[in-house]
Design a protein around this ligand. Sequence first.
Ligand SMILES: C[S@@+](CC[C@H](N)C(=O)[O-])C[C@H]1O[C@@H](n2cnc3c(N)ncnc32)[C@H](O)[C@@H]1O
Length: 279
Amino acid sequence: MNDDACVDFLQWCLPKLGKRWAGFRKVRGQVCKRIARRMQDLDRRSLDAYRDYLRAHPEEWDRLDAMCRITISRFYRDRGVFDALRDPLLPDLARRRADRGASTLRAWSAGCASGEEPYTLRLLWDLDVAERTPGVALHITATDAQPHMLDRARRGCYPRGTLKELPAAWVAQAFDVRDDNAEEPYCLRPAYRHGIDWHQHDIREAMPGGPFDLILCRNLIFTYFDADLQRVCLGQLLSRLAPHGLLILGKHETLPEGDWPLDAWDEHQRIYRRHAAAA
Ligand SMILES: C[S@@+](CC[C@H](N)C(=O)[O-])C[C@H]1O[C@@H](n2cnc3c(N)ncnc32)[C@H](O)[C@@H]1O
């Protein structure tokens, strides 16, 4: 399939899925490959023929929607965000919780891929922050739409490339290197897998209950969904964010237009704090 034809097809189908072409421009290659494979399976020789198939088989839209999920992630992605969480943000949030007599800080990684983001939080907490926040534990809820991503997350083994932004000392301390697991030899030790609940949720249909003190929603809603869906989802995220809680977007994402109860803590790193007077 040639690139122009695929672009034309994506520009036609993405708005019908509540998604925005701009988010897919750079990563369209992998989506186009999946569509080409699907067309082969269905013996449809052209995108026009696949369009006809979609018209005749409405259930195929769910399949196409799933083909449009991008799963790229890595540990300690966007270093500045995790540096800021390390100091001062997580210790501050923990202090706030302790002042209220609470012993748990609640975080949600929305669109957690194979676990790179929630495990980064776990390592950040266990290897650095915890000693400065006695009496407070971190509990993480991690959600993704795709069961196979959650299976990989539970397995907890990774290729070297996804770890390259993690401090080397943390890699040495927290991972076993398994020769028998050639493609994903770095396996997180069991000691660093605690306190994480994994759930399968399509974020457009369901979200965990909350309230959360920290929500990481990076490289999902605000990249791939259209403006209307972004606004709906953001409203739902905010209803789960505690007063003074933090919402973190992806490095290249922006909030949809609207009057949101958020202040920028660091606009550059896309870190926002919820107003005290939460609904
Ligand atoms: C690009 S990855 C981002 C991973 C991580 N948040 C990060 O920034 O490194 C997006 C993840 O969102 C998941 N996803 C896509 N559509 C979703 C949906 N509608 N509901 C929940 N998760 C979804 C994908 O399966 C994928 O694992």
